[in-house]
Design a protein around this ligand. Structure first.
Ligand code: PGA
Length: 260
């Protein structure tokens, strides 16, 4: 099905869908469409959206839809996906701080509807378990939009993460720390630990969208979608969601997929 210059390719082997946009802007539009669909059809829905370079265009598009009144985030329960342990929102490296600036504030998400990663809680382990319970109390995630790291991580579920892992404190790999240090011109020290929504927590979402852009992600996307399902590549576990998973990628990111 052609859509705004994008190619949609249902991938039947694992029952998940791969939608390929011609470029980054097209991918961002498709990702914004997926979020818009959920928000418009499920008033009060709980959702999680990622940080990083990949979702910037999606956020721009969502903010522009909100500013012209086509979309309303005022009833959405927003759960943050991950953040560095010990980082205050005001810290330059805080992922939540980034999200506030790029999306939560311009989208007018009511502060009472935002569920922050308990990155500075004195007892982060108990707070992480409470965070999972808060998601359940909000009715479970209607939608989880996630990206993929160069090492196959999802959120900060690094290689080795179990598919039933819950929201928890994790050690970051050097690959993730280097990738993220690049956002701060390498000047900002990236902590060694983080809190991430668990893979199991994400896999319980009623709809999961994996967004991927650029040729640097082509090999890891191939491993995640066409290699064995293994905790060595945490994103490969997303395939166990079957038809609840949609991959939205640009043409460069799917260069190495054999079935596209
Ligand atoms: P990126 O990060 O969007 O900045 O590539 C994705 C991720 O590491 O999950």
């Amino acid at each position: 099905m052609a859509r705004r210059g994008n190619i949609e390719q249902p991938q039947t082997a694992d029952r998940f869908t791969v939608r390929v946009a011609v470029d980054y802007d097209g991918m961002s539009q498709l990702a914004a469409d997926a979020v818009t669909d959920t928000v418009q059809s499920h008033r009060g829905a709980a959702l999680t959206l990622p940080t990083g370079e990949t979702p910037r265009g999606m956020y721009q598009e969502l903010v522009s839809r909100i500013s012209v009144g086509r979309l309303d985030f005022s009833t959405v329960q927003f759960f943050c996906l991950d953040d560095y342990l010990g980082k205050e929102i005001t810290d330059e490296a805080s992922l939540t701080g980034w999200l506030q600036e790029v999306f939560l504030q311009p989208a007018h998400v009511p502060p009472t509807n935002i569920h922050f990663i308990p990155a500075t809680d004195p007892d982060p382990h108990s707070a992480a378990a409470r965070y999972d319970r808060d998601i359940q109390h909000a009715g479970g995630l209607e939608l989880a939009v996630v990206g993929i790291g160069l090492n196959g991580h999802v959120g900060f579920n690094e290689p080795g993460s179990a598919p039933d892992s819950r929201t928890r404190v994790v050690d970051l790999t050097s690959v993730s720390r280097e990738q993220n240090a690049a956002y701060f011109d390498g000047e900002q020290a990236i902590p060694e630990r983080a809190i991430t929504m668990g893979l199991g927590t994400i896999l319980e979402a009623r709809r999961i969208v994996l967004i991927v852009s650029g040729s640097s992600k082509a090999e890891i996307l191939r491993l995640a979608l066409e290699g064995p399902i293994t905790s060595d590549i945490p994103a490969s576990h997303l395939r166990s969601a079957g038809s609840r998973l949609a991959v939205i990628a640009d043409a460069d990111a799917v260069l190495k997929l054999s079935r596209i």
